[in-house]
Ligand binder design. Sequence first.
Ligand SMILES: Nc1ncnc2c1ncn2[C@@H]1O[C@H](COP(=O)(O)OP(=O)(O)OP(=O)(O)O)[C@@H](O)[C@H]1O
Length: 266
Amino acid sequence: MEERVVLSVEHLHISVPAPQGTKKLMNDVSFDLKKGQVLGLVGASGSGKTMTCLAIMGLLADSVLVEQGTIRLEGHNLLQLHPRQMRALRGSRIAVIMQNPMSAFNPTLTIGAHFVETIRTHRPLSRKEASELAVTYLAKTGLRFPDKLMDQYPFQLSGGMLQRVMIAIAMSLQPAVVIADEPTTALDSVHQTQLLDQMYRLCQEQDTAMLLVSHDLGVIAYMADEVMVMNNGSIVEKAPAADLFERPEHPYTRMLLQARADARLA
Ligand SMILES: Nc1ncnc2c1ncn2[C@@H]1O[C@H](COP(=O)(O)OP(=O)(O)OP(=O)(O)O)[C@@H](O)[C@H]1O
């Protein structure tokens, strides 16, 4: 594995049982993610983006079958790990930032309690040390009065603030890889840009790689170094972002870009 590659997906084939045999959900998917890189993943609804994220996180449904392939994180083949080992990696080496922050929080726990519990699950820190780390990271995501925030409950925060808290929690464990699945879809465009900037800065600071999933090509163009286009469970094109947006090669990529241009004119 090349030195800067942290995550390597090779020849991944995934299927589910169907009335006539099996239905293929991912077909020979391969890609590498390097330290500090932002890799964008785009594709229409149902193309397999979330399935790719779930496979990496070891969270595929029981009915889903990995027929072939490997997923290596820092040299470990994730598909061969015991669920306990996978749980230990999830959160610490692979972090996830999802679309709907409210569903990620327990409404009866303060922000501080969420933070301290997550940190202490993965790091041998005292409550006080975990609390200090939490405050540091809340401030790093641009949240004001982080000390006060620690005592507040999720329902007291806006969606944008909660999304920042989720990013702060994810980044405080200094993961090798962050999977961000539509991280800013619920936000207006000003908050979206601020949050993307903040995420980018933190990842660069910590040399964390990001797999950024979005149906929004604007978000991908703004953030990604490289872009993969997925259709029907296959990667149909992968290229540096500037090349992909200027000279799309695959007809499906051209169609996605055209649909975006049409939507802008409408
Ligand atoms: N547990 C499952 N069992 C059977 N089929 C599934 C399961 N989960 C997802 N699928 C199917 O796998 C395909 C890929 O789904 P996936 O959620 O990865 O798409 P997506 O690109 O993330 O779409 P969206 O942008 O709408 O989130 C879809 O056809 C979906 O219906």
